[in-house]
Design a protein. Structure first.
Length: 83
């Protein structure tokens, strides 16, 4: 597994890249909701499209398209992987 110093957050992944989630740093009710939607460690997320102003960004995870705000995607940690 990647060293924690090499982890980045989902928000920094570029359009069309795939991202492997390794850590969910969100707390509270929103964490439970994201986990239920498939944003769990070990999941691969595809970055799809940003809104016209850049926030939120849409992602595909577990066959579903979800839009996350910057504040949420900055708290999902992992690494960009090869397609």
């Amino acid at each position: 597994m990647t060293d924690q110093n090499q982890m980045t957050n989902l928000y920094l992944a570029q359009i069309a890249q795939k991202f492997l989630i390794q850590k969910v740093g969100i707390k509270g009710d929103i964490k439970r909701r994201l986990l239920d939607l498939g944003f769990v460690p070990g999941s691969v997320v595809e970055v799809l499209k940003a809104s016209p102003l850049g926030d939120p960004i849409s992602y595909r995870v577990a066959g579903t398209v979800i839009a996350l705000r910057k504040e949420e995607s900055q708290l999902l940690f992992g690494e960009v992987i090869e397609s």
